[in-house]
Design a protein around this ligand. Structure first.
Ligand code: IMP
Length: 454
């Protein structure tokens, strides 16, 4: 069977911990979209591994698959594999031949476009994700399978590179270097292809996964990012360029939608909101310069609100892992979650980080929006309309800070009562049962109510 793990908000919901937890029962862990824009930390035998492309299950002896819906930076892939090998692990990673390859010019163009877009910039990770998906849709991309076929690789590069070079130089007026040089790219990427072939890493993803399922194995489909930054269902244009939603699990692996539908789809919810990047955020607390729209005009959100935002940010460690940049934070946004529950068809929920909200007098939730004088319960389809929505809040009594490790051992009923009231409100509104509750950052700090593989 399959279990699909989907972020229900804006990414960074703590999917890694849940993948890790349920992944024990999986034989294969496959990613179906995104690339090295997804940072996750895995702790194994007391050692921390920071991965952005290799599925975390590969650290634990599972087969890790990067599906056709992913975009692959071979340098990142091999750097991560080499680091794991240096630490004595033997990760078994397979890559779909249909997946698209991130080339150095994609990264360069990502940076150039972000600078050019100004207010429309999504605050991307500058890993070349968007430009690579653009070339995929434009039928001018280079796929993993092309790296194994030097003639095909040469043909593809000779067609596309002059266009990219002209774009960088003539449209954006920048100087270009070896990242736009056909011979250099050909040699470098042909070598990556040789290594992929030598190590037997490439697969026909859908067939590979279906054979494992037919043999009775458990497959986990690991979504990166989150529903509200999905290219179709998210807050366009402040989105990533792929489909983190559950439908992406089918298209991005080659498994049929009925196969995914016979399994479980678990929505990962963070008990509050955090956001890296720009665009509106109706339940935002305070603001972050450079990310919150009209930050300067809105300065003076109130000292209390800023203080609360800083408290949640510090307790939740809501700072960029690489840059240390503060993330925007806010109260839970129920219209966003109702939208996610419908778009993904959640069969269960894992709600994380309730420990972060402990010790507050009251915990608020954006229950609905007021939109042009009407109450609405779900997100409007355009981001401009979403920016006009004002959250209507419901308030819950706070819960105490307790020994969360003991709570995780003792089970659901050991969670403080007010926190359970909060959790049950969310489950009821989304019409999906609670499968797990994250009460701390560690893998063992999770209350498991239901294991979807059992
Ligand atoms: P890109 O995926 O690098 O193109 O970035 C597009 C948008 O998605 C930006 O707003 C990023 O901050 C956001 N984003 C991309 N990956 C992640 C992630 O793993 N967590 C949270 N936000 C992300």
């Amino acid at each position: 069977m399959t279990v699909t793990i989907v972020g229900s908000q804006l990414g960074d919901e703590g999917k890694g911990g849940v993948v890790d937890l349920y992944g024990d029962a999986a034989d294969v862990v496959a990613r179906y979209q995104g690339g090295d824009n997804a940072g996750h930390t895995v702790v194994h035998d007391g050692t921390k591994y920071k991965l952005s492309l290799v599925p975390s299950g590969a650290v634990r002896g599972k087969v890790g698959v990067l599906g056709n819906g992913c975009v692959i930076n071979p340098k990142t892939l091999f750097d991560e594999i080499d680091t794991l090998r240096e630490r004595g692990l033997e990760p078994d990673v397979r890559v779909a031949e249909r997946a698209h390859v991130i080339l150095p010019y994609h990264r360069t163009l990502d940076g150039i476009e972000e600078a050019e877009k100004d207010d429309l910039a999504a605050g991307t990770t500058k890993r070349g994700i968007g430009p690579t998906y653009e070339d995929k849709a434009g039928r001018r991309g280079v796929r993993v399978g092309d790296l194994l076929d030097p003639d095909a690789l040469r043909d593809r590069l000779e067609y596309v590179v002059p266009q990219k070079k002209a774009l960088a130089e003539n449209v954006f007026g920048t100087e270009t270097g070896e990242e736009f040089d056909i011979d250099h790219l050909y040699e470098t990427y042909r070598e990556y292809g040789e290594r992929l072939a030598d190590e037997g890493m490439t697969v026909d993803c859908g067939r590979f996964l279906q054979e494992r399922i037919d043999a009775g194995e458990n497959v986990m489909l690991e979504g990166a990012q989150g529903t509200s930054i999905d290219i179709d269902h998210g807050i366009y244009p402040y989105v990533t360029s792929s489909n983190p939603t559950a439908g992406g699990a089918s298209v991005g692996t080659g498994l049929g939608p009925t196969v995914i539908g016979q399994g479980e789809v678990v929505g990962i919810v963070k008990a509050y909101l955090s956001r890296v990047g720009t665009g509106p955020l109706p339940t935002e607390l305070g603001g972050v310069e450079g990310q919150t729209p009209d930050y300067d005009a809105n300065e003076g959100a109130g000292e209390d609100e800023e203080e609360l935002a800083t408290y949640i940010r510090d307790e939740g460690g809501e700072y960029g892992t690489v840059t240390g940049r503060p993330r925007r934070v806010g109260w839970l946004d129920m219209p966003m979650l109702r939208h996610a529950a419908r778009a993904n068809g959640f069969t269960g929920l894992a709600i994380n980080h309730i420990d972060v909200l402990a010790d507050l007098d009251e915990v608020k939730v954006g229950h609905s929006y007021e939109f042009d004088g009407t109450e609405i319960l779900t997100m409007p389809p355009t981001t401009e309309a979403w920016g006009r929505c004002e959250a209507t809040f419901t308030s819950f009594d706070g819960w105490p800070d307790v020994d969360w490790t003991t709570v995780a051992e003792d089970g659901y009923d050991a969670i403080p009562e007010n926190a359970r009231t909060y959790l049950e409100y969310v489950a009821e509104e989304l019409d999906a049962p609670i499968y797990a509750v994250g009460v701390g950052p560690g893998r063992e700090e999770t209350v498991v109510v239901e294991n979807p593989y059992e």
